[in-house]
Design a protein around this ligand. Sequence first.
Ligand code: SF4
Ligand code: SF4
Length: 323
Amino acid sequence: MKYIRESFKHLFGGAATRPQPDEITPAAQRVHFYKKQQKVTKEEMIAIHAAHEGQPKRWRTRRWITLLVVNLLFVVSFYFDIQLLEGAMTASRFIGFHMADLNSALHVMLAFKELVLNLVIGTVTIFILWLLLGGRTFCSWACPYHLLSEWAEMIHLWLVRKKIIKNHTFDRRARTLLYVIFASLSIVTGYTVFETISPTGIVSRALIYGPGIALIWIAFLLLVEVFYSRRAWCRYACPIGITYGAVGAISPLRVKFNAKDCHHEGDCRKACLVPHVLDLTIKGRAQDVDMDLSADCTRCGMCIDICPTDSLKFEFKGLGKHL
Ligand code: SF4
Ligand code: SF4
């Protein structure tokens, strides 16, 4: 229950909680105490990082391949009319099975104020799929805009490192406000207003059916993300992240943090799209020795790739084996 509470707090834009001393388990207190006594020296830290440098980014490679394959399957199916993966990211059929993006399905039902049978079947299929795969896993493993935004982020970070630009942040609660606004607009207007500006749908349709005028909006978003605010759309605006995050709150697939070997230098937080979920990696913050990252985590695996001490791992609850 505590995990679900913390997850929804993060999803709606709340800050990570700093635990009170009595909320920290005796085992975690021993770990924190030991670390205070046995400080890692600067030289040791440099050596650990040097040993990890140049390690392949395994999860990123797997994710990029998956993203490309999923999105290209739509394109190939359309061009060769092979009915493998028909439609687009928002609504599709995979070898005959209806699939509907949860956020789009929600907006269609709000707009039409009725349950469309095909949509219900598609929503259930997708709900089960993303429940097993971790909710916001959709963001980093399927959303085509995510990949473009990730490349834009690389340019943004390079510009920041060179001191050419500064990053600007916004209040994360903006995403919750936009969620309510777009849901209300669907109810009031009877149209799925969000779909007209959702980069997920626009990029997916552009890939499959060819470019359209809506790509100007995508170019604008990417320019904002390159020159003004890192990952602005996914961090502060996209309601899809909240819908899938809510599913992820009950998913068995999570990223697990083990506090024992962590050096708390913060490399994972620097790499993460949603760094607040990694606040428990800050020194003294972990309430237990092993902790699951909240459902706002997109399960992208960047923190796992970058962690020099293997303190972060994927875990599928119930299988009892780290991936
Ligand atoms: S937050 Fe939205 S745009 Fe970003 S990756 Fe998730 S679905 Fe795609
Ligand atoms: S916590 Fe790790 S897996 Fe989750 S979004 Fe951040 S970098 Fe990706």
